[in-house]
Design a protein around this ligand. Structure first.
Ligand code: GDP
Ligand code: MG
Length: 441
């Protein structure tokens, strides 16, 4: 695949902004990569449509091809999708005894994961955990959980023959309450395929126990069926998170994207082995790299981006030394901040600027503000950008209108520029030596 890709990308060497054709060509290859990684077809399609919109018109970093640029954009979007809002990591098990319901198909790894999680809760969080098997169809399944419980020193609910899943679940809660447990983990029976009886049983257990977490356990090797499984469990039972098992295998883990897209719920953990310590937190970057399988291209683009940023930092440094800092410089700073997700442009590397950054942050200087300020600068003429003193009241009004903002926003930006320019001048006088700090010389 890699060879075929570089072939395609070699043809696309034009610089500038990504055209629709650039994007389409590269996305065809990305689509193949996603399907190879077992991302469910409709999910792959939806994802690619979303990226298409974002990528078309995006700037191409110097010294990489448009195709490579698209892959980088895909990669970033993949991480963003997998990570979601970054909320929902870990388990909500605060008010004891917190019921945690484990659901999924047979053989997906529910029983193993139940024990892994119980072990983790006990060892890392110091929780007292009780596990109960609701798998009444296979007596061996109950025994399996009891064995795992002994292995990791976690109690299991004593087996009482003849009880149905709901009765066992109620008994487990009762026992957990009486025994002062913090968490009660309910390991349900699975089926080979989604069926009504299974869903009805799991839903009845849910109603009887009001779980704080309902974790859908899915084999990461599940391919196209993943959508069906996730949809059914999410609609009929409602899941709060996903655990992907067998990530230690050869699979590329496309199910992660499918699960995330279909349930909208966070992937909380991944299973990485048969042993009870084979459980890890979910790392979107790692899984994204694996799904896309184009890590070389991604790191190439990153390196190119870094080089450009370093060159830009150096250029700005030289200007500052001469005491120059116009609106274009300010804009470049703002864009750096935006990219880095915080107040750390070239400024962050210079002495004396830390305090100003702090002030800005404290005055509610966030991403949206940065975006608006860039819009204001864009509405100024070239002359005004080089020399902001040219801005008269009427022009301020015009520029504010052009950027969809108030005159006071423009004034605030001009004031900020003035403060920064003053500071640059002062520092310029300090001389080259005093300015440089770490890595930029
Ligand atoms: P259940 O039917 O959903 O309860 O599935 P089990 O927990 O009984 O697991 C089925 C098989 O998958 C067992 O042989 C487990 O050891 C194995 N298994 C579960 N999770 C993992 C994992 O993360 N990696 C590997 N390699 N095997 C796993
Ligand atoms: Mg089981």
């Amino acid at each position: 695949l890699s060879e075929r890709l570089s072939g395609v990308f070699d043809k696309l060497t034009k610089q500038g902004a990504l055209t629709e054709a650039d994007v389409s060509t590269a996305l065809r290859e990305v689509r193949v990569a996603l399907l190879d990684a077992d991302v469910a077809l409709p999910v792959a399609r939806g994802f690619i449509d979303r990226v298409r919109e974002k990528a078309t018109g995006a700037a191409v970093v110097k010294s990489v091809t448009p195709g490579q640029m698209v892959v980088k954009i895909v990669h970033d979007e993949l991480i963003a999708t997998l990570a979601g809002d970054g909320q929902g990591q870990g388990l909500k098990v605060d008010s004891p005894p917190a019921p945690v319901l484990m659901v999924g198909l047979q053989g997906s790894g529910k029983t193993t994961t139940t024990a892994k999680l119980a072990k983790r809760l006990k060892e890392r969080d110091g929780k007292r955990v009780l596990m109960a098997s609701l798998d009444t169809r296979r007596p061996a399944a109950m025994e399996q959980l009891a064995v795992l419980g002994r292995q990791c020193g976690v109690d299991t609910l004593p087996i009482v023959p003849g009880q149905d899943a709901v009765a066992i679940a109620k008994r487990a809660r009762q026992q957990a309450m009486l025994g002062g447990y913090d968490v009660v983990m309910l390991d349900t029976a699975g089926r080979m395929h989604v069926d009504d009886e299974l869903m009805a049983e799991v839903a009845a257990v849910r109603d009887a126990t009001q779980p704080h977490e309902t974790l859908l356990v899915v084999d990461s090797l599940t391919g196209q069926d993943a959508v069906n499984v996730a949809q059914n469990f999410n609609e009929r039972v409602g899941v709060s998170g996903v655990v992907l098992t067998r990530m230690d295998g050869d699979g590329r883990g496309g199910a992660a994207l499918s699960m995330r897209a279909v349930t909208g719920r966070p992937i909380k953990f991944v299973g990485t082995g048969e042993k009870l310590d084979g459980l890890e937190e979910f790392h979107p970057e790692r899984v994204a790299g694996r799904i896309l399988g184009m890590g070389d291209i991604v790191s190439l683009v990153e390196k190119a981006q870094e080089q450009i940023e370093a060159a830009e930092a150096e250029r700005m440094m030289k200007r500052f030394q001469k005491g120059r800092f116009d609106m274009n410089d300010l804009r470049s700073q703002l864009e750096q901040m935006q990219k880095l997700g915080g107040m750390q442009g070239v400024m962050g590397m210079m002495p004396g600027m830390g305090k100003m950054q702090k002030q800005l942050e404290e005055s509610g200087f966030d991403d949206r503000v940065v975006k608006r300020q860039i819009a204001i600068i864009q509405s100024m003429t070239k002359k005004e950008r080089a020399n902001p003193d040219l801005m008269q009241a009427s022009r301020k009004k015009r520029v504010a209108a052009g950027a969809g903002m108030e005159v006071q926003d423009v004034n605030r930006l001009l004031k900020m520029h003035r403060q920064m320019a003053d500071m640059m001048k002062k520092m310029g006088k300090m001389g080259k030596k005093g300015l440089m700090r770490g890595g930029l010389g």
